[in-house]
Design a binder for this molecule. Structure first.
Ligand SMILES: *[C@@H]1O[C@H](CO)[C@@H](O)[C@H](O)[C@H]1NC(C)=O
Ligand SMILES: *[C@@H]1O[C@H](CO)[C@@H](O)[C@H](O)[C@H]1NC(C)=O
Ligand SMILES: *[C@@H]1O[C@H](CO)[C@@H](O)[C@H](O)[C@H]1NC(C)=O
Length: 254
């Protein structure tokens, strides 16, 4: 570690002020991932000292769902949200809103038929357009999560949710959802869903690093945080720790 980098790390840590849990001299701060986390210099250490730590790939987790299915909505509200909040940093989440829908081609357009009626198709396409237009999951996840946990018509939920979060252009998303772009994008979701091996037989249906088994599905529905943590090959982030950290976050003398 050259001295400039060292100073930088020391400076940033000092600027954070006291940290009751960091009981290590600065020379050891980057010596392990755990110590770096305690001393709140993880990102500095990652960047400067052990870039190899970044080599662990995030766990691919894909959710195949349909917008109005009650079990899908429960999954969004419970396991998925917990995992996204606690261990989102090690999870590459992909959302595929299509589920048990069917499609057929009429002229140059696709006609969709959804399990929970026309409104469900509307919801699927709005969410598909949000994913496509917003691109950054950090921005569209809260919007889609909000839609999936808001009762009422998808169009109303979209308006309500768009006003709650930054970076969501409701007009653009609704325009997309009603036009040929949304139609084509939803067809892509259909292709992705229909390509599943084994084919899905219910929703929510998940794949972990591309694989679906009953065991993976059960674990995802009961303790997704743990499933992601167990699958991740890199050092476990704080969100993976079982016990909540009850220690006071106040200044303590070493
Ligand atoms: C996740 O998917 C991408 C794209 O298919 C692949 O390159 C990557 O290796 C996968 N990650 C893991 C952990 O399997
Ligand atoms: C995340 O998943 C998408 C597909 O769902 C894939 O294209 C992309 O490569 C993955 N990214 C990483 C870092 O694994
Ligand atoms: C995604 O959005 C978040 C929150 O606004 C932002 O911090 C992050 O830099 C964005 N990522 C990309 C790749 O633009």
């Amino acid at each position: 570690m050259n001295s400039w980098v060292f100073c930088c790390v020391v400076f940033v840590a000092a600027a954070r002020g006291c940290s009751g849990q960091c009981r290590f001299p600065p020379s050891l701060w980057c010596s392990s991932f755990e110590i770096a986390e305690k001393c709140q210099v993880t990102s500095q250490c990652k960047e400067w000292t052990y870039p190899s730590i970044n080599e662990a790939k995030p766990v691919n987790f894909t959710l195949y769902y349909e917008s109005l299915c009650p079990d899908c909505r429960n999954f969004f509200e419970g396991q998925l949200n917990l995992a996204y909040t606690k261990v989102g940093g090690i999870m590459n989440l992909t959302l595929v809103p299509y589920g048990n829908a069917r499609e057929r081609q009429i002229g140059r357009k696709w006609e969709f038929e959804c399990q929970h009626g026309k409104e469900e198709c509307v919801g699927n396409i709005i969410e598909t357009c949000a994913i496509y237009l917003v691109k950054n999951i950090t921005v569209y996840y809260p919007f889609i999560h909000c839609m999936e946990t808001t009762d009422g018509l998808p169009e109303d939920a979209a308006a309500k949710c768009a006003s709650k979060f930054k970076g969501i252009d409701l007009d653009k998303i609704m325009g997309c959802s009603k036009g040929s772009l949304g139609n084509e994008l939803e067809h892509q979701m259909a292709l992705q869903t229909n390509a599943l091996q084994p084919p899905h037989t219910y929703v929510p249906w998940v794949t972990l690093n591309g694989v679906h088994t009953e065991d993976i599905e059960n674990k995802a529905e009961t303790d997704l945080v743990n499933l992601i943590c167990q699958t991740y090959q890199g050092p476990k982030p704080a969100g993976c720790k079982k016990e909540e950290n009850n220690q006071l976050h106040s200044c303590q003398r070493n």
